[in-house]
Design a protein. Structure first.
Length: 293
């Protein structure tokens, strides 16, 4: 065996399984369009693994497409004791590491791209909150209307040998809840991942402006009269939640796959004292079945 062939063999043998996982995970980001304000799912769970793809496969396929169906079990609203099941389609279209259109992340463009980082902008949609979601506790509070959400985001991966990923984003609600929300999280592939079963996990923290927090958790004098809740003024901007998420993908066949996402989030800071918050700890479980090519 000549030196060139010997080198190729050694590279192929030494290449970690994560390289394969990063490539196939491009087809595994399957989130239904069932957003609420906010969701217990961690923000990184909508993009888990994407940043690893270019690191392990510099020449990405031009297009990746995923279609499927998904369902979530989640709180009726943030702070609710009651839960409900929501479902919807899965659409995930990726053009290299340049642009995307998905039900989980909306549409976006990565204007800075490298082997270890991505920075981009996006536009998504929030479905708001309605009194009818939980009439017993939200009666008299009025609706928070649906609204578009502009997003600036970035991801950075430490290295191939230790693929710890930092994800940060800032979201501006244009109407509806209004205000500014930011998330910071870290996550990484878990031991036990294989060619047919991929797992990620990591924590994150959420901060928000005063206006956003007051809209979601505050009770004005007028709302107090209509609802019976005591008046509550959120005193300042700050931390609103902290949590941890887990994502797993099982390849049923080469084209069909099953995704599972779970997260637990705790309402923190001044929002935790709102009379609207019946339960500070919020959980979510999401399942989807998808086909990719």
């Amino acid at each position: 065996m000549n030196d060139e062939c010997d080198y190729k063999v050694r590279v192929n043998v030494a290449e970690p399984r994560l390289g394969y996982l990063a490539i196939v995970l491009l087809a595994c980001l399957s989130r239904a369009a069932v957003a609420q304000t906010p969701s217990p799912l961690q923000e990184w769970q909508y993009t888990g693994g994407i940043i690893l793809a270019r690191l392990f496969q510099p020449n990405l396929p031009q297009w990746r497409v995923v279609l499927g169906t998904a369902a979530e079990v989640l709180p009726v609203y943030d702070g609710s004791r009651a839960y409900r099941v929501k479902g919807g389609p899965v659409i995930n279209i990726q053009y290299r590491d340049v642009a995307f259109a998905t039900t989980g992340e909306g549409i976006g463009y990565n204007f800075l791209r490298g082997d270890h980082y991505q920075v981009g902008i996006g536009l998504t949609y929030d479905f708001g909150r309605h009194e009818t979601d939980d009439y017993a506790n939200l009666h008299g509070m009025g609706d928070i209307s649906a609204a578009p959400v502009a997003k600036l985001f970035g991801s950075w991966v430490l290295s191939r040998k230790f693929p710890l990923i930092l994800r940060v984003d800032v979201r501006q609600f244009v109407g509806g809840a209004q205000g500014l929300v930011g998330d910071a999280g870290v996550y990484m592939p878990l031991p036990g991942s294989s060619r047919k079963f991929v797992m990620f996990a990591g924590p994150s923290i959420t901060l928000a402006t005063h206006h956003y927090l007051q809209t979601l958790y505050g009770v004005t004098p007028a709302q107090s009269l209509a609802s019976g809740h005591p008046v509550y003024e959120v005193p300042h901007a700050g931390t609103s939640a902290a949590g941890i998420g887990f994502s797993a993908t099982r390849f049923i066949t080469d084209r069909w796959l099953l995704n599972v996402d779970a997260a637990i989030s705790q309402i923190r800071g001044t929002p935790a004292h709102s009379p609207l918050v019946e339960r500070r700890t919020q959980r979510v479980l999401a399942l989807s079945v998808d086909y990719h090519w």
